[in-house]
Ligand binder design. Sequence first.
Ligand code: AQP
Length: 332
Amino acid sequence: MKKKIIFSGIQPTGLLTIGNYIGALSQWKKLQKKYFCIYCIADLHSLTIYQKKNILNKNILDILAIFLACGIDPENNIIFLQSHVPQHVQLNWILNCFANFGEIKRMTQFKQKISCNTNINIGLFNYPILMAADILLYQTNKVPVGKDQIQHIELTRNLAYRFNNIYGNIFTIPEKVLNKNGSCIMSLINPNKKMSKSDPNNNSIISLFDNNFIIEQKIKNAITDSDFPPKIKYDLKNKPGISNLLSILANITECSIEQLEQNFKNKNYNNLKESIIDYLCLFLNKLRKKYFFYRKNEKYLKNIMFNGAKKAKKHADFTLKKVYDVIGLDFF
Ligand code: AQP
């Protein structure tokens, strides 16, 4: 039986965080056993903030090496760079013409980004429609994402339904896949805000490249609460800091939150933090060793992207041709 298709992507906007790992990469690795996976380095999306050429190029290779270090297999799946496949931009334009101004204006991530950004460009507004094009081009069945992206997947589904209603079943309607243990990792210093790799406050994130000393400092300074006696309990509303720390530990150790609550029943916040520091250091040291192994060989990395784009174009072209055909483009 033909394997179902998974599509997901990450922007090369800097050093990946533990949030990117938990929300995306850790799932990507598991999913490739069962699905045909298409993983994209979304360099076009990253242009919504100004990118310096050398840094962008470095970030792309860094992220690809991280994919490989996380165990993502480029032979049996597709790993590619978004700008290598022009069909993404072509379908993006068509979907622009099916998206309503009001629904895009309501996107929470857009609203959050414009509230703390002076460069509010149209790319930022268009971001979720380009994301919809990415997903729909590959007849994707499932999209593994963090909670922060749920609204974008809903938009993608709506655009697909809207288009299919007029032109027939052209697009597969994708579904989201969320990880079990809390799919949104929050800032360490403001647990009501998502942990983001482009956050200017470096203390709010754990980067996959933080060394043991930095990890220790950041986790020790992570916000908890002043409940007395201290209670280690997952309660997003009343204990967002502790809930976030539990989510991180649960995902790194692959333990359930309930199990961790049990293990830390009579313990204090320092005990929880020490455990997180130990597990994170161990996990990230191993990951980094693998990363450096792949990162050395740029020729190999570029080859993966070259071959990935060739494979991705075939799939993308198949869908785009159908779209052009039903609309009446490319007629002559
Ligand atoms: N904090 C998070 N918790 C869980 N999942 C997360 N993801 C990102 N942050 C978290 C997931 O990582 C994938 C790739 O994200 P992206 O780089 O394409 O864009 P993003 O969601 O905007 O990620 P960042 O880190 O916040 O990037 P910047 O700072 O550049 O905007 C997605 O699957 C996302 O769910």
